[in-house]
Design a protein around this ligand. Structure first.
Ligand SMILES: Cc1cc2nc3c(=O)[nH]c(=O)nc-3n(C[C@H](O)[C@H](O)[C@H](O)COP(=O)(O)OP(=O)(O)OC[C@H]3O[C@@H](n4cnc5c(N)ncnc54)[C@H](O)[C@@H]3O)c2cc1C
Length: 944
């Protein structure tokens, strides 16, 4: 094994008896893919491990300890200060660490570290509860990363951060020992086996307490947000050594031990809230208002400086007068919360009165209107993408994160603003959690010249002086010390406090193997070394900052590559191509990328829905496919021929489906599956029992009646060819069912002319043939315009993903997919008689992207008293035809489906995409059909 050190070789041999090869990666492509976090440093691990159990984790840590190999833990990899990367062993504890237990009285939740923070809140919100830590990254960051970074956001301040709500922790130490501080027997065993460890904790505690100046410093510094260095507050807050150990884990950034479980206190959600946007002249003046608001009932006070306001001028919901405000204008976005309306009104009055002492640029007005508040808070959350999105290609967006004590806030903030301008950062926006004295500033930075590196280093050194020396603030308030602030920890805290941190580090990690270089780093310049290269690749993805927010929605994240990792690899391949550095490596990466990056990308674009920059990595994949099959190539010619003879292709496909169906009947499901699985291994597309019989659309028999409303129904090419599968409860092909439903509701149905040759073009788009795709869409548009008499009649397509593309490309008429069409046109013409049986509903990617989930939920509730939307099932991974060619993606995407269906004894599922339904049936173990079948089943014509 070509590792850089023999010790890594020995380590790898040892852990291979614990972990299978597919969970111990050493290949170039995936090591690089995992070697990134949201920060701007790059390290490539030599080994990437995916343990699933505590036993495996203990064995890994023991082996690393024995061989003296460095390890870094990783949850979601959204850290900004370079603390979740490694050049040695990276241990990923994300997707396999997602269990939780809610206490009977709902006051606490016991969590494994890989569960995403927002998911915890989704689980709790059903009980009117939540956890208080609220980083802006909560939709992606995992509990391990949230606690171990002590992440916080707009509301939790220092009163509701992880340190405040952590009840106990289950910890695996560097030598593999496990301690559960919430279990008496575990504490007893630990104390018996490690008496010297407990004695040293007590000694450090007593030494801290024997130094009143240090105690005062610790209390003062943690009265504001502070995550610089290790968290040493526990020595002041707690007497019990196990409580101290528990809380030392908070903010430890993987430098002390592995957090295997954490029990967090939950809190009730306060139901009522109101917000106000207050404009003040000057950032220091605004900070004075913030000081005045400290004694008022405000839940959040977010500051937006003039540059931040400029970045959102003209956005929907922002006032027209925004551009006219003076150059010094600064906004405070306030929120107040209460249990009752009365309480809320009284709080609003109280806050408004406090603000009467300040000259505001506009009158102060609170609103409870949910839509207005959502716009304001959405805009506040969108500051980072708005500023980052405007940056030049080849630059990255850095978010710095400092906090000042409240008494110096106006002066310190003003000086910070001046300092950023002095260094020529004309887009250096300041914004953030003013109530806690915590501000972020964004720098759009390039690191490709010494001049730029020097500029950044100069600014940071001056920021350190301003924040730490001049005002006693925190160099990092939320994002963690990482490598970014490691050289300045001692400077901020002083020798006494830093000495305590060092003693803690040596006690937990005597060999210095856990996340070396993070928090403790002897290199004064480590913060300006090892920058990530950011070569330009494709304008569609060049704005990516590799934050990883896309990964929660990427179907192959953790399986092949995630959207972020596809961009990382594309950048590296572009860099190698541009520099000519290592042609053999470039060839190797390209070859491997074909499967891991290209062929297994579902291209569904869901990644864009959680990307702060709205980047759709599927578009990058389409471009790569286009480059692989350019216009005029053989593959393109085949695509072109298929497009020109679609009707013939459909005709040819029907006998294939018929033969497969006959095989299924003759051989039976088991034998047929066995044969086809073997064929699939030889490269033949997979046959599954959910494969449909062939189908051909029948001519409409009923004569049109002038008095009846009309609808154009375009059956997608799939539904013109695919009938139903064996074993479904209703064998009527979808096109017949849809037509029957429309007729039941009193509609005359019009099919577009020549529809057997029509297609929305999605299939060509996904294969990287945009020119052919566009041609097909244009043909379709012309036929639909004619059929609908230029948009006079509504146009319906029965396949949601097709409709998504049609809606995107065709603007000349209103187009509907089944859910919307039924809701808008049929609901008033039908009586619904909901069934009293559970039914599962699948939200397709196109439904998510078209914001139709709510409509699907409403329709489901009309049809059954027991609708069920499985949790954590996003894109099904079938991706048009990938379910046949790369069925492993479909299997992985739906791995959480079947257990949920079985637990609830659900026998039937519904969706609105025929191909997705094949994959859902195969991997869910129950038939999935179009929702049109259910609507038809439960309805009668109105007043019939
Ligand atoms: C756009 C953007 C906005 C952000 N906004 C905020 C914000 O508002 N507030 C904020 O505080 N942060 C914010 N962050 C930073 C980051 O998202 C948070 O700190 C988050 O909590 C990190 O969680 P993670 O799951 O990504 O952890 P990772 O980055 O994977 O890991 C974080 C640290 O914890 C260690 N670690 C992970 N799991 C374990 C474990 N089980 N045991 C021991 N050590 C472990 C890692 O080694 C690393 O040092 C933001 C990031 C981005 C990109």
């Amino acid at each position: 094994m070509p590792f850089s050190k023999p010790s890594l070789d020995r380590f790898y041999q040892k852990i291979r008896s614990v972990l299978p090869k597919e969970r111990a990666l050493t290949d170039d492509l995936r090591r690089l893919a995992w070697g990134t976090d949201a920060g701007f440093y790059r390290m490539v691990p030599e080994i990437v491990l995916f343990p699933k159990t505590e036993k495996e984790m203990s064995a890994i840590l023991r082996a690393a300890s024995e061989e003296k190999c460095a390890v870094t833990f990783r949850a979601a990899g959204t850290s900004l200060s370079g603390q979740s990367i490694s050049d040695s062993i990276l241990i990923v504890a994300g997707k396999n660490w997602e269990e939780y237990t809610l206490s009977d009285d709902l006051s606490a939740i016991d969590l494994q570290p890989g569960i995403v923070g927002q998911r915890v809140n989704d689980i709790l919100s059903k009980h009117g509860r939540k956890i208080s830590p609220d980083p802006a990254s909560i939709g992606s960051a995992m509990i391990g990363g949230i606690i171990v970074n002590n992440a916080s956001g707009m509301n939790c301040g220092v009163h509701g951060n992880s340190d405040r709500i952590l009840k106990s922790a289950r910890i695996i130490f560097a030598d593999g020992t496990t301690l559960d501080t919430g279990k008496l027997y575990s504490r007893e065993i630990f104390e018996k086996n490690h008496p010297e460890f407990i004695a040293e904790i007590k000694k450090i505690r007593d030494d801290v307490r024997a130094n009143p100046e240090l105690v005062a410093k610790i209390k003062r510094k943690y009265s504001i947000k502070n995550v610089t260095g290790l968290n040493i507050l526990p020595f002041v807050r707690f007497d019990d050594p196990f409580d101290i150990i528990t809380h030392l884990m908070v903010g430890s950034e993987g430098t002390l031990a592995f957090l295997a479980r954490a029990v967090l206190r939950t809190e009730k959600i306060v139901p009522r809230s109101a917000s106000a946007m207050v404009y003040l002249p000057g950032i220091d003046y605004a900070c004075k208002a913030v000081q005045a608001l400290q004694s008022e009932p405000v839940a959040s006070v977010e500051l937006l400086d003039r540059l931040a306001l400029r970045s959102i001028e003209g956005r929907p919901g922002m006032p027209d007068y925004l551009p006219e405000l003076p150059d010094s204008a600064t906004a405070l976005l306030l929120e107040t919360r209460a249990v009752t309306g009365e309480q809320l009104s009284s709080q609003i009055a109280q806050i408004t009165k406090a603000l009467e002492n300040f000259e505001t640029l506009m009158p102060v007005e609170f609103t409870e209107d949910a839509a207005t508040c959502a716009v304001w808070w959405g805009i506040r959350s969108g500051i980072f993408p708005s500023v980052g999105g405007m940056r030049e290609p080849g630059t990255t967006s850095l978010i710095e994160d400092v906090a000042f004590p409240m008494d110096v806030l106006p002066e310190a903030t003003k000086r910070l603003q001046e300092l950023i301008a002095q260094y020529g950062y004309t887009d250096g926006v300041i914004y953030g959690h003013a109530r806690d004295g915590n501000f972020h500033f964004i720098l759009n930075q390039r690191f490709d010249s010494q001049k730029e590196v020097d500029r950044y280093a100069g600014l940071m050194r001056d920021v350190v002086k301003l924040v730490a020396d001049d005002y006693g603030g925190s160099l990092k308030a939320e994002h963690g010390t990482g490598r970014n602030m490691a050289p300045f920890v001692r400077r901020e805290w002083g020798d006494d406090a830093y000495g305590i941190m060092l003693r803690v580090k040596r006690l937990f990690d005597p060999e210095g193997l856990l996340n070396p270089g993070v928090i403790f780093n002897d290199d004064p310049d480590c913060f300006i070394r090892g920058f990530k290269p950011l070569p330009t690749v494709n304008p569609k993805v060049d704005k990516c900052i590799e934050c990883g927010f896309c990964e929660v929605n990427c179907v192959t994240a953790g399986f092949t590559l995630s959207s972020r990792q596809r961009i990382v690899l594309s950048r590296e391949m572009a860099r190698l191509a541009q520099t000519g550095e290592d042609p053999a490596r470039l060839r190797r990466l390209k070859k491997r990328y074909r499967y891991w990056g290209n062929m297994t990308c579902a291209g569904d674009g869901l990644c864009a829905t959680s990307c702060p920059m709205g980047i759709n990595t599927g578009e990058l994949t389409h471009d790569i496919r286009e480059a692989d099959a350019p216009a005029g190539s053989l593959v393109w010619k085949l695509g072109d021929m298929a497009a020109n003879h679609l009707g013939l292709i459909e005709t040819a496909l029907r006998p294939v489906l018929a033969v497969a169906d006959l095989g299924h009947t003759v051989l039976g499901t088991k034998a047929m599956s066995a044969v086809c699985n073997t064929l699939n291994k030889c490269g033949v597309p997979l046959w599954v029992p959910a494969m449909p019989k062939p189908h051909r659309v029948k001519k409409i028999k009923t004569a049109p009646k002038p008095e009846r409303p009309k609808a154009v129904y375009f059956p997608s090419c799939i539904n013109q060819t695919f009938g139903t599968a064996k074993g479904v409860p209703d064998a009527t092909p979808l096109t017949d069912k849809m037509t029957a439903l429309l007729e039941k509701a009193g509609y005359d149905v019009i099919y577009p002319k020549g529809m057997e040759n029509l297609c929305c073009g999605t299939i060509w788009e996904s294969k990287g043939m945009p020119d052919i795709a566009d041609r097909k869409t244009k043909e379709l548009e012309a036929a639909l315009l004619e059929a609908s008499e230029n948009g006079k009649y509504p146009v319906l397509c029965d396949q949601s993903p097709c409709l998504y593309r049609m809606r995107h490309e065709i603007k000349s008429m209103k187009l509907y997919e089944p859910i919307e069409f039924i809701e808008e046109f049929l609901v008033d013409r039908l009586d619904f008689h909901p069934i009293d049986e559970p039914a599962a509903f699948h939200v397709t990617c196109s439904v998510t992207k078209m914001n139709l989930r709510g409509a699907l939920e409403r329709l489901a509730a009309r049809c059954t008293t027991k609708p069920f939307f499985p949790e954590e099932v996003g894109c099904c991974g079938f991706a048009g035809d990938k379910g046949f060619t790369y069925p492993e993606v479909n299997r992985y995407a739906l791995r959480k489906l079947r257990p949920q269906l079985e637990e609830r004894h659900i026998k039937i599922g519904f969706s609105n995409s025929r191909t997705c339904e094949i994959g859902l049936t195969t991997n869910g173990g129950i038939p999935y059909m179009s929702i049109v079948y259910l609507v038809d089943k439960v309805t009668t014509p109105r007043n019939s």
